[in-house]
Write a protein that binds this ligand. Structure first.
Ligand SMILES: *Cc1c(COP(=O)(O)O)cnc(C)c1O
Length: 184
């Protein structure tokens, strides 16, 4: 809840996890967004969390150059790059992960929603820099990761990782993009 920039989520359930800062994307010219990000950084910042297509925040598509810039800043300053792919992952943008289209390699990726096709499941993917920190069972919930939802998740992965399915998603994406473009 603290990670989202939406004030409506910051009205109840105090106290929130401290230390989050929010920066604009696509609000100003790209250079100014980049400067706003630099301005928000200090030695206490350990991670930058982004969505490549914002869902809850309004359907905002992050510029590829900006995402790559964020990755570069993270590398230079030893900051973890976290990409929330809950809405963009699992084939929803035409590749299994949206990161693939941005050519970025986050340290942490979060997945949920589409992963379970309606069953309640979430997952976090970690690269080797952080993968050893969490062990199975250290962070979960009583019925989290149960066999029923996991069976659903495995089936979703089997269906979605199919090239023909993914190219169909891309084609529909182009259609909707053009439709929106020509109908306004
Ligand atoms: C829904 C959503 C979440 C939370 O997913 P849970 O399944 O509740 O863990 C996180 N990030 C984004 C972008 C979402 O849309």
């Amino acid at each position: 809840m603290a990670a989202t920039g939406q004030d409506s989520f910051h009205q109840h359930f105090f106290p929130f996890t401290e230390g989050f800062r929010y920066v604009p994307i696509n609000e100003q010219r790209e250079l100014l967004d980049a400067l706003a990000l630099l301005d928000a950084l200090n030695d206490s910042i350990c991670g930058i969390m982004i969505e490549l297509v914002q869902g809850e925040g309004g359907v905002t598509v992050m510029e590829r150059e900006y995402a790559q810039y964020v990755e570069q800043i993270c590398k230079e300053r030893d900051i973890l790059l976290i990409v929330d792919e809950v809405q963009t992952g699992i084939g929803r943008t035409g590749t299994f992960l949206c990161c693939e289209q941005y050519h970025i390699h986050p340290n942490i990726i979060t997945l949920a929603k589409g992963l379970g096709a309606g069953l309640p499941i979430g997952a976090v993917l970690m690269d080797e820099t952080v993968g050893e920190i969490f062990q199975p069972g250290q962070h979960g919930s009583t019925f989290g990761g149960n066999p029923v939802v996991c069976a659903g998740g495995v089936e979703v992965l089997k269906q979605v990782r199919n090239e023909a399915f993914l190219s169909g998603v891309s084609a529909k994406g182009v259609f909707f993009f053009l439709y929106q473009y020509f109908s306004t």
